[in-house]
Design a protein around this ligand. Sequence first.
Ligand code: PLP
Length: 765
Amino acid sequence: MAANGGPGASVMQARLTELAERFAGHGFQVLQAATAEEAVAHVSARADLASALVDWNLDGNEAASADGDGASAAEEVLRALATRYNRLPSFLVTRGESVDNLPLWVSEVVRGYVWLLEDTPDFVAGRIAHAARAYLEDSLPPFFTALRQFEDAHEYSWHTPAHAGGIAFLKSPVGRAFHDYYGERLLRTDLSISVAELGSLFEHTGPIGDAERNAARVFQADQTYFVLHGDSTCDRMVIHASVAQDDFVLVDRNCHKAVYHGLTMTGARPVYLVPTRNGYGLMGPIPPTELEAAAVVAKLAATPFAEGANTDGPSYAVITNSTYDGLCYNTVEVARLLGQTVPRLHLDEAWFAYAAFHPLYARRYGMAVGPETVPEDVRPTVFATQSTHKLLAALSQSAMVHVKSAPRCPVEPKLFNETFMMHGTTSPLYPMIASLDVAAGMMDGAGGRWMLDEAITEAIRFRQAVSRIARRITDAADRPSWFFGTWQPDTVTDPETGVQYPFADAPLDLLRTEPSCWTLAPGADWHGFEELTEGYCMLDPVKVAITCPGVDARGTVTPVGVPARILTSYLEHRGIVVEKTDAYTCLVLFSMGITKGKWGTLLDALIDFKNLYDAGTELRHVLPDLIERFPERYAKLTLPELCEQMHDHLSSLKLTTLLDDAFTHPPRPQLTPAQTYQRLIRGGTQPVRLAELAGRTVATMVVTTPPGIPVLMPGEHAGEHGGPILTYLRTLEDFDRHFPGFEAETHGVTIDRDGNYWINCVTSP
Ligand SMILES: *Cc1c(COP(=O)(O)O)cnc(C)c1O
């Protein structure tokens, strides 16, 4: 309740106190706010409001915006309520003034009017409590609602799971500990599919089916499928449902392991789409020219897998959107280009499930590709697969497949369901289904936008704070001028006014609403990617790469450098764990779980690192755990000395050039993923030392960081000893030997006690 001021304030206050007592009788608590500011703070801090009462004369102001300029205090509160809550029953307290000259939008958002001095407190409280209860019931999504009702009914179960609502656990001390730890409710809602009232995941019926259809509406899909085994399963499922044996498929080289697993299962013949790299070694987007029909035709003509292939052209393409580093495509443009040759487009949106809920990401997610955005003759059927749990709020493994069918290749739900069932379980965990239902409910309407706005805002505040500190350090000129940065454009332009701002000084509202502030302008130095077109690729502000001195996006090496691995070791020592570390950048995520100002500790740690570096602090004071593990190697060094050793080593390796070489001369495929897998399960593979890998065909995916994407796919030829791939892998092996404790993150490689890399290969080519 927000009320204050105006004539008869004390009478009003007495009425409010009476009202609060009546609400308590209905089981509701009352929060009071005397000013608009206080009320807005409540609205933003709390997610458990059930109703609101706003005094139209709040702050003693007369209603302003109907004819005058500027909003009244009451309007400010109502606006805050409407941007935070979906259909929260809000009531306007009026004192006899006419309600027919209120601003139109106010009449639309308020549920009703309250004449506090005329009506009895019992009547007012009863009316509002009724609306509040209805709101609480209606605001929950379908499956969660049904599950709560079912759990309330307290039925006895004669079906699996055998713990029977948790009872079995109570019969053993170990089980009892488990029961006490999680509490009864989780176990009570762990039900089997024998509970017909809750519907069926395999048949998409009942409340489960309703929940999927509700999610489809929220995520703008034709159909949505709930998947309980991660986006990994979604990826395999979509490939399995789309690709026939011996089909050509176009695959983003920057793809997740699960995509490779899908290729293996189907007997597909992959042709890769190769992303660009920049000077930091970060993977950029696949250039638009690679997606054009002529380029696709040329790729197919060059593949060694042509013999015996289905000749209708590629049946399917998969692209990771956004990339780990937060680069997201104009998916409408991607669909328009690829649709000329490919009927099905799969966007792996493992890290991007939130994109549909904020205008900053308009046209940058899979479900934005539809009849209204792409001409029907080229529009492909689009699948978007999402790890709902990664960046929305859902239990781990909870994921979704969204489908938008095009007439040229419609997805027949009954047929797709055959694949769905093949990758599913007949014993789904209902709390996971509830968490998917709730994740969709949370993002629906105003609430989703509000939460994203908060994450985006915090990310921008952090980015600007880092830039401003860097500038203050330079301006002060009383210490070495280096500092960390965040990766984004140096300047942004307000498209309405044409005013250009240095990033640090740009208005927050501009940065959080204007996508053009974040798009990668072709040729711009800050990103360093080549072959882009205007608006094709955008940097997602919530994925923040912290840049360290040493190299820039163009690959220019500076004399002094701070390799990111040293920084992240220090951060870890301070209890701050980053998402990913590359050579001179590390990534932090501003997810919806962010709390205001949480980034203050990170900023503080960056400043401390600089001070330790500038003071030439001994390593044992900076990374004591490292010294304990490798005393002979590091005990005598200072922080700047270690940075110098590692920076010199990294720059002499010419990592960027090597990477570029490796990707410009892609490995030659020898076997398809399916053929390689047959070797694997028939004992046709063996580990081979990196030193002897020349001329061999690898049997496992080799992924190194940077760039964090496969340098070798199973079935590919490792090339010559002096070739780009083996040279690159040997430099990583060499780096690991020199810098124990800072080993590269490398998958598909086993490292022996002497630091040799071993990679699984097929036994004969
Ligand atoms: C994490 C990830 C997946 C797999 O998701 P899970 O939910 O962990 O199974 C798939 N694709 C990409 C690009 C990912 O990053």
